[in-house]
Design a protein around this ligand. Structure first.
Ligand SMILES: [Zn+2]
Length: 245
């Protein structure tokens, strides 16, 4: 699971203070995709992954619809002959830092898969009924109109989901739903509970290679838990004024 790629000399769409773990240098992404190939895997879309062809493959996905999807990621993938699925947040299409309608169409024409990542990127577990339909079904219809073809796959913002969200995803006609639960997927995995591994900027190539081979996921889990624990301590014990600064 990727997000935005950082291009040399260009300001990213993700701004603000604090660490941005999901912002990954383009060179790192290129090195990772070459590692996928060196390991004997092929990068594939969600549709291709769900076919479980028996070919060694790593499913590559991008969330949010950053401009770097088309101007950076697509070229790296294309050169290697890899597929991928780009989950686009429809309300951000055409806004600064994000893909335009033309970009989304170009990605699709180039053979990449376009999935949906809601209209406004809320945490769906907190969204009331009518809005839930707009976020999940409405965005699918919008994207189908832009592309001129059906949109088959959905990604939950922030990886947040529950039974109510998944019922809405199913009712909207999607064929799968990915989250951010860190596990590999097999034919036995529910198509509406597909796990993913966030490839954050702190992951070095050896660890990335291990993750592609379904190893070292426990170590990532531990790092995240420790990070969460530290964050909890800071939020609990730091005075509000200091936190705001
Ligand atoms: Zn997102």
């Amino acid at each position: 699971m990727y997000h935005e790629l950082l291009l040399p000399g260009q300001a990213p769409a993700q701004v603000g203070p604090g660490p941005r773990p999901y912002l990954l240098p383009l060179a790192s992404f290129r090195a990772q995709m070459r590692t996928v190939r060196a390991l004997g895997f092929r990068g594939v879309s969600v549709t291709d992954a769900l076919a479980f062809s028996g070919q060694p493959s790593v499913c590559v996905t991008f969330d949010d619809g950053y401009a770097s999807d088309w101007v950076a990621a697509a070229e790296v993938l294309y050169e290697l002959g890899f597929g991928a699925t780009f989950y686009v947040t429809t309300g951000r299409i055409g806004t600064p830092g994000y893909v335009s309608r033309a970009d989304v169409r170009a990605l699709c024409r180039s053979g990449f898969e376009i999935g949906c990542h809601t209209a406004t990127h809320p945490w769906l577990t907190q969204v009331p009924g009518a809005q839930l339909a707009r976020e999940i079904a409405g965005s699918r219809a919008f994207l189908a109109d832009v592309l001129g073809r059906q949109v088959r796959h959905f990604a939950c913002p922030g990886g947040r989901y529950n039974a109510r969200v998944l019922a809405a995803v199913t009712a909207a006609g999607y064929e799968s739903c990915v989250n951010s639960d860190r596990h590999s997927n097999g034919p036995e995995t529910s198509r509406f509970a597909l796990g993913r591994v966030a490839v954050t900027a702190d992951i070095r190539l050896p660890e990335f290679a291990e993750i592609c081979q379904r190893r070292a996921l426990w170590r990532r889990e531990l790092v995240d838990r420790l990070r969460g624990a530290v964050k909890g301590v800071i939020e609990t014990h730091l005075p509000v004024a200091a936190w705001a600064a």
